[in-house]
Every structure is written in structure tokens, then in C-alpha cells.
Design a protein around this ligand. Structure first.
Ligand code: ATP
Length: 308
């Protein structure tokens, strides 16, 4: 997925909330978007999700299925938690059981019958997360997902992130609380006063930060694009940890840090996997492309004017 020269502002003469953002994110990657309050993180994430449209520039190769969890889940609708998720599942053409699965998985059973408006912030946040996951997303956008979650629930986020990237999906997540440490291997983008900098590319992620202990090695393999999800699942089933899925090999010599595409180099290559043994054919970069079909929530999309 590529951000090509994205400019955005909320009104015709308002200051630019995002200026000329350029970046590329490869299939199977996690990007943590860092920055101060008001820097433009949520704006960038909403553009990524297709909730906002760029005033200038374009987002290319966005996965077809998008899950978006906004910073604040809009809990003002006349549904119970389960009723809401069932309605969202029905909208997406899912059979019975999808809502119940996520109610159980996210520990929401005790709140299934509670009206959305009566849920605590953290519980409402989990309902927001559940709706984004009803259909497995190729792009999952999480705006401050840890906000309001208790210690026991926080580990859900890395688990879910790993599941999405393991299928070759992309996860963009904003973080101003320093929870980034729980997402080893994540890339870092920093937004400062509307300017996006890619502060960590795959070539710059030290092996240590991918959480590879000394008794493990990283094995890079390439597989056919269409086999990626299966290969990732196979590697996991064999007890290996899949660190990522990407389109291109990491350059031998790290290039300079700075803004611009997250990776460079010719196409192909699979993800890095770790484990005691080398596996056979393995993983790689699926890249679902196509139009953005945001799947989530309840607030109406804030679509802006074409050009201001
Ligand atoms: N709906 C809106 N209408 C007008 N201006 C907005 C709107 N949403 C955000 N802004 C402005 O756009 C700029 C970027 O805001 P944004 O919410 O993207 O920042 P952020 O980095 O996500 O901040 P935080 O960490 O506080 O959530 C800010 O100046 C903000 O005031």
C-alpha cells in the first residue's frame, strides 16, 4: 500500500493537517504511528482507512477489506453489544456465529446484553475491535487501541496484530503511550506537525527488536504470492514464528533513514521466519489490492471536498 503525496486539511482555509505524506507499507507489516497530540496521527490513519479522502495525492494498492477501530468507539446507538455485532455481521453477509465468536474471544460475554451506551470505555473499545475483525481484514487500522484496555486485555492487541500480518495483512496502529514495545518488529512512522517521516524501515529494524533470541536464526524464503497465507499458516503450525511478509528483500546495506518509501529494492522474497529448523517452501507477500471498502463502525464517513 502506498501513500503518494497525501495532503489533507479539514476545511478550505484550515491549516494542513497532513502535508505531502509519502510512504509504502509492505504486506505482512505492522506500522506504529508515533507523534504528539494533534500531530496528525488520527488524520493519517483515517486517510489510510478510507474514512477521509486526501485533498491531494492518492493511496494506492489498499487492501480490499479494511477494519478500522477509531480512537473513540461511537457507542450512542440503540444496540446491545451483541446486537450491534450481529447487525454488523449481517451487513457483511456473515453467517450466524461470527458475532458470538468475537464476543467470546474478546471477553465480552458478560456484556453481550449491555446497551452500547452503558459500556465502560475499555469494553466499548473491545466492541469496536470486534466489529473491525468480523471479516478478516487485509488492512487493520487501530487508533490508540490500548486506550481504556486493562492489563489483561492489552495482550489481545499483539495477538490480533500477529494474526492479521500472518495472513499477509497490514496493520497501522497509533500509539502515544509507548506500548510499541509489545509489537516487536513493527516499523515506526512519526508524524510531526502534519509531516510524516518514515523513521524505521525494515533494513533498520535491529534483529534484537524483532525479539529473536540468540538460539534462533532468521530464514528468509520466497513463495508464490497466492500461497502466502497458506505458507504462513504452515510455518506457524510447524512451530516457527513468522516475523513478517513483504514484497521485496531487505537491501544488504541499510540505506539512509528518512522519509520516503519504507523499503527499496527489486521485487519478491518472502518473510523472515525464525525457529530451530529451516523450513521448506514458505511464506510471502500477498498484497490484496483493490478499492477501499471500509468495514467498520457507525459514524458516517467524513468525506471531504476533492480539492480545497
Ligand atoms: N474533525 C476535525 N476538524 C477540524 N480539525 C481537526 C479535526 N480532527 C483533527 N483536526 C485537527 O487536525 C490536526 C491533527 O489532528 P489529529 O487528530 O490527526 O492528531 P493526533 O496526532 O491524532 O492527536 P491525538 O494524539 O491527540 O489523538 C490537529 O490540529 C487537530 O486539531
Amino acid at each position: 500500500m502506498r501513500f503518494e503525496g497525501i495532503w489533507f486539511r479539514y476545511a478550505r482555509r484550515a491549516p494542513w493537517a497532513l502535508r505531502n505524506a509519502e510512504a509504502t507499507v509492505e504486506p505482512g507489516s505492522v506500522v506504529v504511528v508515533l507523534g504528539h497530540n494533534g500531530a496528525g496521527k488520527s488524520t493519517l490513519l483515517q486517510l489510510a482507512a478510507g474514512v477521509l479522502r486526501p485533498v491531494r495525492g492518492a493511496i494506492r494498492d489498499r487492501p480490499a477489506v479494511i477494519g478500522w477501530v477509531p480512537e473513540r468507539f461511537p457507542a450512542t446507538q440503540p444496540f446491545s453489544a451483541l446486537g450491534y455485532l450481529r447487525a454488523m455481521a449481517a451487513v457483511r453477509g456473515l453467517g450466524p456465529g461470527a458475532a458470538e465468536h468475537w464476543i467470546e474471544r474478546l471477553g465480552l460475554t458478560a456484556h453481550a446484553g449491555t446497551p452500547l451506551g452503558d459500556l465502560s470505555k475499555g469494553t466499548a473499545q473491545k466492541v469496536g475491535l470486534a466489529q473491525a475483525l468480523l471479516t478478516p481484514p487485509g488492512l487493520l487500522v487501530l487508533d490508540e487501541p490500548w486506550e481504556g484496555l486493562d492489563a489483561a486485555s492489552r495482550s489481545l492487541i499483539p495477538e490480533i496484530v500477529a494474526e492479521v500480518t500472518g495472513r499477509g495483512g497490514v496493520v497501522l496502529v497509533s500509539d502515544h503511550r509507548g506500548e510499541i514495545a509489545s509489537l516487536p518488529g513493527a516499523l515506526h512512522w512519526t508524524v510531526t506537525d502534519g509531516e510524516l517521516r518514515v523513521t524505521d524501515t525494515p533494513a533498520h529494524v535491529p534483529a534484537q527488536s524483532t525479539g529473536v533470541p540468540p538460539d534462533e536464526v532468521i530464514v528468509e524464503v520466497a513463495v508464490q504470492r497466492q500461497d502466502a497465507a497458506l505458507a504462513v499458516a504452515g510455518l506457524r503450525a510447524s512451530g516457527h514464528r513468522v516475523l513478517g511478509v513483504r514484497e521485496r528483500p531487505v537491501p544488504a546495506e541499510p540505506s539512509a533513514t528518512g522519509s520516503g518509501p519504507a523499503t527499496t529494492g527489486p521485487a519478491t522474497t518472502g518473510p523472515a521466519t525464525t525457529g530451530p529448523a529451516t523450513t521448506g517452501p514458505a511464506t510471502t507477500g500477498p498484497a490484496t489490492t483493490g478499492p477501499a471498502t471500509t468495514g467498520p463502525v457507525t459514524t458516517g464517513p467524513a468525506v471531504t471536498e476533492e480539492e480545497r
